[in-house]
Ligand binder design. Structure first.
Ligand code: SF4
Length: 294
């Protein structure tokens, strides 16, 4: 059997394939959803709040109290309740559920330490872009696209996890470079700046997507796409054990963890059943904001 080649490539798929071929296959090709965690839900809530704050509010109205009202608004939405209800089946650290609302608030407030929201001119939030790259489709959703005072563009991506150690910093920037490439291809304008905002640490990592960087990224993405197609052809997605295994929901199917792919159908069915009425944390982000073309 030859596996179905994915319809498109995104920055997160590139990262996922590089991290572990088997986890990529199970998530992207077999489409077995990963259950939400308190951290993915908190991240989705914070993204949703910031996207609304920056798009709907005039710069001078982007205050801490407006942001806190938005957190309460998003928290009360039905899709948030649905997502949170799913946590009842997932083991979570003690107290994490109770502090979810407060943790989301403090994450959002950190953005005010990392930057001055009243000084940002926003063109779009949750901007979906896609273009052709060789024989595949390149897709991405940009958290925020800003117009700089000098007329150029900045791409912003919020991160709600831990900041990378220095030698992983370049790797983490791949996603925003990817978005810069999409801007160049679709909007005909290469951003002069990309930034990752690590909310927890109230820190920004800023970089310049030079022509050389984007050219390198294009070649790497094409090579990864070719590797994905070859792996589909040979049905050969290998596990790559790492520190990420302890967070992986596919351990039961992973030979490197004593599991077996022969359990795939049973695993998929049980998973479908438990997720039949549910949505993912990504769904929350999609519901919370619209797509705005420039
Ligand atoms: S447990 Fe580790 S090696 Fe196995 S699929 Fe998950 S991430 Fe890959």
């Amino acid at each position: 059997m030859v596996l179905q080649i994915p319809g498109s490539i995104t920055a997160s798929k590139v990262t996922s394939f590089k991290e572990c071929g088997l986890a990529f296959r199970l998530s992207v090709i077999d489409k077995i959803p990963q259950p939400p965690t308190v951290w993915t839900i908190r991240g989705a809530l914070a993204h949703s709040v910031l996207e609304r704050l920056y798009f709907y509010f005039d710069p001078e109205d982007r205050t801490r109290s407006a942001a806190m009202k938005l957190v309460e608004e998003v928290w009360a939405e039905p899709c948030t309740n649905t997502l949170i209800a799913e946590l009842r089946d997932v083991p979570i650290p003690q107290g994490a559920y109770e502090s979810l609302l407060d943790d989301t608030k403090s994450l959002v407030l950190k953005d005010f330490e990392a930057e001055d929201p009243t000084a940002v001119e926003v063109l779009a939030t949750e901007l979906k872009l896609e273009t052709k790259l060789g024989d595949t489709v390149l897709r991405g959703v940009i958290d925020r696209l800003d117009r700089n005072p000098d007329g150029t563009l900045t791409v912003t991506d919020y991160k709600t996890g831990k900041m990378p150690v220095q030698d992983q910093e370049n790797e983490r920037l791949t996603g925003v470079y990817f978005y810069a490439l999409l801007c160049e291809q679709v909007l005909g304008e290469r951003p002069t700046r990309v930034q990752l905002i690590y909310l927890k640490d109230a820190t920004r990592i800023v970089s310049v997507p030079t022509e050389q960087v984007l050219r390198g990224l294009t070649s790497k993405t094409k090579a990864i796409w070719k590797a994905v197609c070859n792996a589909c052809e040979r049905e050969d997605f290998r596990p790559r054990p790492s520190r990420l295994c302890k967070f992986c929901c596919y351990q039961e199917l992973c030979p490197a963890q004593g599991g077996s792919l022969s359990l795939l159908d049973a695993f998929r069915n049980s998973h479908r059943k438990s997720n039949s009425d549910s949505r993912t944390s990504n769904d929350l982000a999609w519901d919370g904001t619209q797509t705005y073309a420039i």
